[in-house]
Ligand binder design. Sequence first.
Ligand SMILES: Cc1cc2nc3c(=O)[nH]c(=O)nc-3n(C[C@H](O)[C@H](O)[C@H](O)COP(=O)(O)OP(=O)(O)OC[C@H]3O[C@@H](n4cnc5c(N)ncnc54)[C@H](O)[C@@H]3O)c2cc1C
Length: 268
Amino acid sequence: VINVDGGGFVRLVDSMGGDARIVQTARVSYGDGTKTVRSDAQLIDYLVRHGHTSPLEQVVFTFHIKAPLFVARQWLRHRMARVNEISARYSELPTDFHKVREFRAQSNLNKQATTAPLDYRLAVEAHAVRNVAQESAKRAYSHMLGVGVAREQARDVLPASVFTEFYWQMDLNNLFKFLSLRLAWNAQAETRAYAEAVLELARPVAPVAFAAFDEHVRGAVTLSATEVRALRKFLQATDRDGAQLDSFAHSEGLRESRRRELTRKVRG
Ligand SMILES: Cc1cc2nc3c(=O)[nH]c(=O)nc-3n(C[C@H](O)[C@H](O)[C@H](O)COP(=O)(O)OP(=O)(O)OC[C@H]3O[C@@H](n4cnc5c(N)ncnc54)[C@H](O)[C@@H]3O)c2cc1C
């Protein structure tokens, strides 16, 4: 179990398969006639690099998550998963609400983004307001239940910081998609903290596949056509025959085939 800041957790319940399963599955595609002999790690790297993702779907994880409703709302947008969530009709929801530890200021440039931590004085005020609001919601929920309002209706008064719990089953291919989106700089920090916990728990199950994910998905960037044109013009002007780029890539440890690929990508 990894406890996540604010009061939630991520627990890996169990998993099926790992690097070996990916390799076994992928080798089926080659059939008997194949002449290519690749090491397992090279094969997994190849699959992830070239988006040959169906062997990854043979590795499956089940997590148990406790997260505030506003994180769960984002999480459950990842539809390629099997989910079972706590019923607030059947059970009383816990009122130990999620608590943001450090409030951030709203970005003026990006409506979905935040900037630096809120000024100390304003943050103290925000904490106080939040605590009063949560306390009042807690009392209201308990009051509603106390006068006999059904659980399914009493939750009318609960805030987005109420915790929910769910079991979440996901295959490795879709887990990579989830992680690449929710670990990105533009994901909400509270959700990112959960994605980091998922990554930490899942990585040991398929370490080679996760190394390939770091290399080809998480650590990679996509350039737009306009950005590629600008980069190519710049390289044409500064490194006419590509020799500098090739020699630099060589000094960075890229082998010949990778250098050819880099040249093709950035010089066209
Ligand atoms: C920073 C950020 C901001 C976001 N903001 C918003 C927002 O404001 N509002 C909002 O509603 N969502 C928002 N989302 C959610 C986003 O639009 C996606 O729904 C979410 O990231 C899940 O991605 P996905 O569809 O790739 O994953 P999954 O739903 O897990 O799907 C995996 C893949 O399966 C396929 N697939 C799944 N379902 C379908 C389908 N019904 N039809 C066709 N193909 C399907 C697609 O190929 C998809 O890539 C945001 C996500 C991020 C990361």
